[in-house]
Ligand binder design. Structure first.
Ligand code: ATP
Ligand code: MG
Ligand code: MG
Ligand code: MG
Length: 429
């Protein structure tokens, strides 16, 4: 017989059928006459029960001494059992140990620091496998949506000669004897690509040397960015609403079990509908102050401000028209005072998940902005060419995948949204 996978067989039509599975021992418990293992095969877990009366004495003994994380082949009959976690169990008739594991170092109640040191083994845990599955579905939902809306997937460079989001969080590297940087955002390159393809998106790692310790900043994160020609601020916000709902609805439909295990009800995600509420920065500042958290007009939002604004919300909210001074040179301004931009904030206090704006298309204004920032125009000549050859109205955004993850998986710390978190004092394993 050929091998099956757990997710394909835990269905009524397989009840009473003989199956052969292979995987790893997730849990083990044994008594005098009956012993159990929970088998994990990468698709799901299944309780496997062995009875002493049905195996040879020797085999039963071996079954009882299997250690966690050993690899194993099991053969037996699948049975419906309402007491088992997914409604089925395997009645073991035979098994073959592939590799008997050493004593697994992870037991209950270990410190966060230890679990980070041993991340290469901890990624086998239920919590991290669930979050990884959620992440894959989020991206599947995103790609489907971009495709439906006619966006082309592109692959901008990661090593760059100039910065995009400001110098203080840049990682510098030695590029054949000259300085270069790891990308913080693909935006400027995506802007070049819309003149070839009109609407583009990219999923790339972004790197930021975040020196403050927060629960929502990684030094390496996955950045989903898009750029579109002939689109204004309202147009890009409409698109973001559609994208975010498509992503979270995909997870709510296809990863129910994982969400529930993580403490998030899929129905609550399905209840979130576009369009999201939009308020101006001015109004947001008043609301934050009214909640007893101090902020003055002109300040950018910190974690505490975003939490005050969003902790009682059930759906994401856009804050638009931030003061021009705290925003980047490429954003369009209409009144001279505020930028045509928006931050999309997740509800329940989770905060910023998207930064977005309509881009300035006039070369004179962009040049003035760069000079005001003290930038070297020569570094941006290639970018300014976009305003010399067929400049058009355009807009774009960047979404932090791990920020969305933290929200929908209900996680306190962003490090649990990624297999191998990179933060200030950690880059191994
Ligand atoms: P924040 O205000 O939270 O520091 P930002 O305004 O500096 O974020 P942007 O430059 O707007 O971030 O980047 C676009 C998106 O990338 C953000 O909306 C966020 O979702 C995500 N992001 C930014 N920095 C990080 C980080 N250090 N770790 C994880 N995601 C990040
Ligand atoms: Mg930042
Ligand atoms: Mg911000
Ligand atoms: Mg931002």
């Amino acid at each position: 017989t050929k091998f099956s996978s757990i997710d394909e067989i835990i269905k009524p039509k397989f009840a009473g059928k003989k199956v052969k599975l292979r995987g790893w021992v997730h849990r083990q418990r044994s008594g005098k006459k009956i012993a159990f293992i929970v088998l994990r095969d990468g698709t799901d877990t299944l309780q496997c029960t062995a009875k002493k009366s049905e195996l040879s004495e020797e085999k039963y003994e071996e079954f009882c001494n299997i250690k966690y994380e050993s690899s194993i082949i099991v053969f037996g009959t699948l049975q419906k059992d309402d007491r088992a976690p997914n409604g089925y169990e395997l009645h073991v008739e035979d098994f073959e140990l592939i590799h008997l594991a050493d004593t697994f170092p992870i037991t209950k109640d270990q410190s966060d620091a230890f679990l980070l040191d041993i991340r290469h083994l901890w990624i086998r845990s239920q919590k991290l496998t669930q979050t990884s599955r959620v992440k894959a579905k989020l991206m599947e939902g995103a790609r489907n949506f971009f495709k439906k809306e006619g966006y082309l997937e592109v692959w901008p460079p990661i090593i760059t000669g100039s910065s995009c989001e400001g110098g203080s969080t840049l990682f510098q590297l030695d590029y054949f004897g000259k300085p270069a940087f790891l990308s913080q955002s693909a935006q400027l390159y995506l802007e070049t690509l819309i003149f070839a393809h009109k609407k583009v998106f990219a999923l790339t790692p972004s790197f930021r040397a975040e020196k403050s310790r927060t629960t929502r900043h990684l030094a390496e994160y996955w950045h989903l960015e898009a750029e579109a020609a002939f689109l204004d601020l309202n147009g890009i916000m409409d698109f973001e609403d559609g994208l975010v709902t498509a992503m979270i609805h995909k997870v709510a439909r296809d990863e129910k079990k994982s969400l529930i295990a993580l403490g998030r009800n899929p129905k609550d995600l399905l209840a979130i509908k576009a369009p999201f509420e939009r308020i101006k920065y001015d109004e947001a500042v008043d609301i934050i102050n009214s909640k007893g958290v101090k902020i003055e007009w002109g300040e950018d939002f910190g974690t505490g401000h975003e939490r005050a604004l969003t902790k009682d919300l059930k759906s994401p909210i856009h804050v638009t028209h931030f003061p021009r001074e705290i925003k980047a040179f490429y954003m369009k301004t209409i009144d001279g005072k505020t930028a045509e931009c928006n931050d999309l904030l997740a509800p329940e206090g989770f905060g910023e998940i998207i930064g977005s704006s309509q881009r300035e298309e006039d070369i004179k204004i962009i040049t003035e902005n760069l000079l005001r920032d003290g930038s070297d125009i020569a570094d941006y000549e290639w970018y300014l060419d976009l305003r010399r050859f067929g400049s058009v109205q355009h807009s774009g955004f960047g979404l932090g995948i791990e920020r969305v993850m933290r929200w929908i998986c209900n996680l306190e710390h962003i490090r649990d949204t990624i297999a191998y978190p990179r933060v200030m004092n950690r880059n191994t394993p």
